[in-house]
Design a protein around this ligand. Structure first.
Ligand code: AP5
Length: 223
């Protein structure tokens, strides 16, 4: 499985990816998570990225592309990957195509998670994440069993720095201006599939796996 989960901020890409990972051999590669890890470690890349991420703007292509390619070249991605938040610009998409084709691979599908904007904003405002194991929760829709604590590792949950109204507004504008044009890019290549993300992440995952099977491109290998 070599796929992209696509959609605006808060559409549920990370949540659906975690369900897909549990059911396939693919690894989840989220450029947002990779950048936040660099920020946490205060690396040079993390410090450069922070200024963009906190404002809700895209991190420059040259930083993100090198990071994404290094991750894709790790051995565990050879069995397949679920890209989340990458590519996000036309040049990222073109370079990804070239990167994969040099290795004899290609994308099997780009799945656009579709959801009304008011629902997305509510989801973003209720999102809480575990800083230790990165599990995603939501105070409205997916609350932890014990308020404020991660179900998996017990760490205290936090709100992401960029989940504030100002950054959310910029992230939406950035998505429309720089990322939504990729929909045509992938549609014209016959790779774009629409997913109704309004129901649970399990339902969205089922849709994706069915579309991949129907297309004869990949089948679930676990579960
Ligand atoms: P990134 O981390 O990728 O953020 P994003 O695209 O804004 O997406 P989110 O992580 O906010 O949302 P999501 O769709 O994963 O939703 P989630 O599953 O968490 O990027 C952050 C920043 O990094 C960017 O702004 C940019 O600066 C930089 N960056 C990253 N990649 C880059 C790139 N390629 N180029 C340049 N810059 C880059 O769900 C949201 C909430 O909803 C959660 O609380 C969840 O519990 C809840 N939820 C999800 N699904 C459901 C459901 N089905 N039912 C009920 N609740 C649900």
């Amino acid at each position: 499985m070599r796929i992209v989960l696509f959609g605006p901020p808060g559409a549920g890409k990370g949540t659906v990816a975690s369900v897909l990972v549990a059911r396939t051999k693919a690894v989840h590669i989220a450029t947002g998570d990779l950048l936040r890890a660099q920020m946490k470690e205060k690396t040079q890349l993390g410090e450069r990225a922070r200024a963009y991420i906190d404002k809700g703007e895209l991190v420059p292509d040259e930083l993100v592309i090198a990071m994404a390619e290094a991750r894709l070249d790790l051995g565990d991605a050879a069995e397949g990957f679920i890209l989340d938040g990458y590519p996000r610009t036309i040049s990222q998409a073109e370079i990804l195509d070239r990167f994969l084709s040099c290795r004899g691979h290609n994308l099997e599908g780009v799945f656009e998670l579709q959801l009304a904007e008011d629902v997305i904003i509510r989801r973003l405002s209720g999102r809480r994440i575990c800083p230790a194991c990165e599990t995603i929760f939501n105070v409205y829709t997916l609350p932890p069993k014990v308020e404020g604590l991660c179900d998996k590792c017990g760490a205290a949950l936090i709100t992401r720095e960029d989940d504030n109204p100002k950054s959310i507004a910029v992230r939406f504008k950035t998505y429309q201006a720089q990322t939504a044009p990729l929909l045509d890019y992938y549609r014209s290549r016959g790779l774009l599939f629409a997913v109704d993300a309004s129901a649970g992440a399990e339902r969205a995952t089922e849709q994706i796996l069915k579309m991949l099977e129907k297309d004869g491109k990949a089948a679930p290998t676990k579960g």
